[in-house]
Design a protein around this ligand. Structure first.
Ligand code: WT7
Length: 630
C-alpha cells in the first residue's frame, strides 16, 4: 500500500512528482502489478495521432492481477456481495476464489465457442454476478467486451453489435427492475434479426419464457456444466484493447470508446484506492450499472484489482421504497458509498423519513459522479446520509478518461460543495479560452482540456481512428478536449460547469442532441426537429424537443406520445423527451443554421434574455415558440 496518499502534503508531493517525472511516477505504481513481461518503456505519446502507449511492449492478463496474484493472501475474502432487486430474495456473497473459478470456467466456455483474443463480445445483461463473470472471462481469453446497458432498445443494441462486429452476445432471459420484469432476451432476438452473430449465451434470471434459436442460443447453465474451473490466462499486450464502451457525442451515432489493458489496470486500481481511501476489509458500494464506465472501473476492475469487497445491486433506489439504499447500507455495513446526484435528488424529494429506520454509522466516505452536483443536493447528502462526518468525493471523469480525473482524496482534500476540487496525480489539466489559449492562474473560467497523457485514457474510437482525433484532439492543438466547461476558483479548486457541446446529461446519462433528433425524425409525420437540454429538478437536465410535423388527422397529444414511443424504441426509455412542443418553424439563420441558443433559452424559461435575434431568417417564429412553450 505504498502508493497510498495519507496527507494533504503527501498529495501535493505525489502530484508534483507525477508532473515532473511522470514515467518514474507510473513505473513505481505499475511495479506492484504482475506482468508476464515488463515494459521496455513507460510511455510513448503523440496527441496529434493520437498515438498513446503506456507500458510499451509489456505483457499481462488483467485477471491474473485480480486473482492469481492475490489468492494466497485473500482468496477467501468476499469479492462481490450481490443484492437482488427483491429484498426478500437471498443475495450472494462470492469469494475471490469462487469468482476466480467461475471466471476460469466461463473463459473455457468462451474458448469452446471459438471466442479468442481480439474477438468482440457484447454483454447485454442485468446487474447479476454473471455480468461481472462475463466481463472478466472475456478479459481472461483476451476477447474485447462491449457492455451495452440493458435499458437500451433493440435498435440501439443492433447498432453496437454491428459496429463492433460482435461474434457473441452474453445475455439473460429477463431483468427484474423494481416491480417490473423486462424481457431482455426478446430484445436481443429483435436486435439480431439482421445480424450474423454466431453465439448467444443466456443466463437464467427471471425464468420467463424465451425463444431459443437452435444452433445459436445456449443456456449459460448448460454451457458451464462439467466444464473445468481451471484456465490458463491468455497473455495480451499492454496496449491490446480490453473493452469498447459506446457513448454519445455531439454528432450522429454513439462511438465505441476503446480502452487498452495495462494503463487502464494501473490507473483504475490506483484511483480507486486513493480517492475512496479504501482499506482491506471495507465494504464498498457503487450503485452504477455495469453498462456505464462507472460500473466498469469502479464496480468491477478498480475494486477487484484492489482486493476490495464490492457490492453489486440489481434493483432501483425506490423499490420497495425510498429507503432501499439505506437498508442495503445497514445490511452490509457499507463503508464507502458511491452514487449519482440524480439519485440523491430523487431521494431528497422523499424527505428524511425513509432514512430514519436505518443505521448508517458504518459509512466513512460518500461519492458522487455523473453530473455536476448542486449545492443543495451536496448538503443534503452530507448532512442526512453522511451525518455531517463523512467526506464527499465529487468525482469528475468521463467514459473516455477511463478513471476519475478530478476529485478530493477522501478525508484528506478539504471539500467545497459542488467542487470536484483537485486533479489526481498524473492528471495535467488545462483551461483554455475559445481560441485555445491557456488561461493560467486562478479565478479563470473556460473549456477543460488535458495536456499530458494519463494511463487510462481513450486510445481510439472503434473502427474510426479519425473520429477520435476529430472529436477529442483537434479542437485545441496538442490537447485532449473534454467537452466540459470549468471554473478554477481563487483556491485553485475546479468546479465543472457542464457540457459546452451538444451533449445533454440526463440523470448522469449522456445523450447527443443529434442522436435524439435522428430518432424523433424516424416518426413518419415529423418533418424536422431540434432538441435541447433544460434544467430539470431531479434529472439534472431534461430533454426539450421542438418538432415540426404534419398534423393532418392527428391530435397533438397523440402525436407527442407516438414520438416519445419512437424515441424509446430507437434509443431506449432514457432518451424519451420530457417535453415536446409542436411548432410551425424553427429559428434559423439566413444560412439555414438552427439557433439553438434561442431554443435553450425558451426551454429554460429565460424568454426575456434571448439576445440578438436580428440575424434570424424569420423572427416571427420566435414569438410563436415563446407563446407555445411547454
Ligand atoms: C460527462 C461524462 C464517468 C462518470 C459517468 C459519466 C459529466 C461526470 C461529473 C462530476 C460534473 C460530471 C461531465 C462529463 N460529469 N462526472 N463529478 N461533476 N460533471 O460518464 O457518460 O462519459 O459522461 O459527465 O459533463 O463530461 P459519461
Amino acid at each position: 500500500m505504498s502508493d497510498r496518499i495519507h496527507t494533504l502534503s503527501g498529495y501535493f508531493h505525489e502530484y508534483q512528482k507525477s508532473v515532473t517525472e511522470p514515467e518514474n511516477f507510473w513505473a513505481r505504481i505499475a511495479d506492484s502489478f504482475h506482468w508476464q513481461k515488463r515494459w521496455d518503456k513507460v510511455l510513448d505519446w503523440d496527441f496529434e495521432g493520437p498515438d498513446v502507449k503506456w507500458f510499451v511492449n509489456a505483457k499481462l492478463n488483467i485477471t491474473e492481477n485480480i486473482f492469481e496474484k492475490n489468492l494466497f493472501t485473500h482468496g477467501d475474502r468476499t469479492a462481490i456481495i450481490w443484492e437482488p432487486n427483491d429484498p426478500n430474495e437471498e443475495g450472494r456473497k462470492i469469494s475471490y476464489r469462487e469468482l476466480y473459478e467461475e471466471v476460469c470456467q466461463f473463459a473455457n466456455v468462451l474458448k469452446s465457442k471459438g471466442i479468442n483474443k481480439g474477438d468482440r463480445v457484447i454483454i447485454y445483461m442485468p446487474m447479476i454476478p454473471e455480468a461481472a463473470v462475463a466481463m472478466l472471462a472475456c478479459a481472461r481469453v483476451g476477447a474485447i467486451h462491449s457492455v451495452v446497458f440493458a435499458g437500451f432498445s433493440a435498435s440501439a443494441l443492433a447498432d453496437r453489435v454491428n459496429d463492433c462486429e460482435a461474434k457473441a452476445i452474453l445475455t439473460a432471459d429477463g431483468n427484474f427492475r423494481g416491480n417490473k420484469k423486462i424481457a431482455v432476451k426478446a430484445i436481443v432476438d429483435e436486435a439480431l434479426e439482421k445480424s450474423s452473430v454466431e453465439t448467444v449465451i443466456v443466463c437464467k434470471r427471471t425464468a420467463q419464457d424465451v425463444e431459443m434459436k437452435d444452433g445459436r442460443d445456449h443456456w449459460w447453465h448448460d454451457c458451464i456444466e462439467g466444464v473445468s474451473t481451471e484456465n490458463k490466462a491468455e497473455v495480451v499486450d499492454s496496449e491490446d484493447p480490453l473493452f469498447i464502451l459506446y457513448t454519445s457525442g455531439s454528432t450522429g451515432k454513439p462511438k465505441g470508446v476503446v480502452h487498452s489493458t495495462g494503463g487502464y489496470m494501473v490507473y483504475t486500481k490506483y484511483s480507486f484506492e486513493n480517492v475512496f481511501q479504501y482499506s482491506p476489509g471495507d465494504i464498498y458500494w457503487c450503485t452504477a450499472d455495469i453498462g456505464w464506465i462507472t460500473g466498469h472501473s469502479y464496480i468491477v476492475y478498480g475494486p477487484l484489482l484492489a482486493g476490495a469487497t464490492s457490492v453489486m445491486f440489481e434493483g432501483v433506489p425506490t423499490f420497495p421504497d425510498a429507503g432501499r439504499f439505506w437498508a442495503v447500507v445497514e445490511k452490509y455495513k457499507v463503508n464507502q458509498f458511491y452514487t449519482a446526484p440524480t439519485a440523491i435528488r430523487a431521494l431528497q424529494a422523499h424527505g428524511t423519513d425513509p432514512i430514519e429506520p436505518y443505521n448508517l454509522d458504518s459509512l466513512k466516505v460518500l461519492g458522487s459522479v455523473g453530473e455536476p452536483i448542486n449545492e443543495e443536493a451536496w448538503r443534503w447528502y452530507y448532512t442526512h446520509i453522511g451525518q455531517s462526518r463523512c467526506p464527499i468525493v465529487d468525482t469528475w471523469w468521463q467514459t473516455e478518461t477511463g478513471g476519475i480525473m478530478v476529485s478530493p482524496i477522501a478525508g484528506i482534500t478539504p471539500t467545497k460543495p459542488a467542487y470536484a476540487t483537485l486533479p489526481l496525480p498524473g492528471v495535467q489539466l488545462c483551461i483554455v479560452d475559445p481560441e485555445g489559449k491557456e488561461l493560467t492562474g486562478n479565478s479563470v473560467e473556460g473549456n477543460l482540456c488535458v495536456k499530458f497523457p494519463w494511463p487510462s485514457m481513450i486510445r481510439t474510437t472503434w473502427g474510426d481512428h479519425d473520429r477520435c482525433k476529430q472529436t477529442y484532439f483537434s479542437t485545441y492543438k496538442g490537447m485532449y478536449f473534454t467537452g466540459d466547461g470549468v471554473k478554477r476558483d481563487h483556491d485553485g479548486y475546479y468546479r465543472i460547469l457542464g457540457r459546452v457541446d451538444d451533449v445533454i446529461n440526463v440523470s448522469g446519462h449522456r445523450l447527443g442532441t443529434a442522436e435524439v433528433e435522428n430518432a424523433i425524425n424516424e416518426h413518419p409525420l415529423v418533418i424536422e426537429s431540434a432538441v435541447v437540454g433544460y434544467p430539470h429538478e431531479v434529472k439534472g437536465q431534461g430533454i426539450y424537443a421542438y418538432v415540426i410535423c404534419d398534423m393532418t388527422n392527428r391530435t397533438e397529444e397523440n402525436l407527442v406520445n407516438e414520438i416519445k414511443d419512437t424515441v424509446s424504441k430507437i434509443i431506449g426509455p432514457i432518451a424519451k423527451p420530457d417535453k415536446i412542443q409542436v411548432v410551425s418553424g424553427l429559428p434559423k439563420t439566413r444560412s439555414g443554421k438552427i439557433m439553438r441558443r434561442i431554443l435553450r433559452k425558451v426551454a429554460e424559461g429565460a424568454t426575456d434574455s434571448l439576445g440578438d435575434t436580428s440575424t434570424l431568417l424569420d423572427p416571427e417564429v420566435v414569438k410563436e415558440i415563446i407563446d407555445g412553450r411547454k
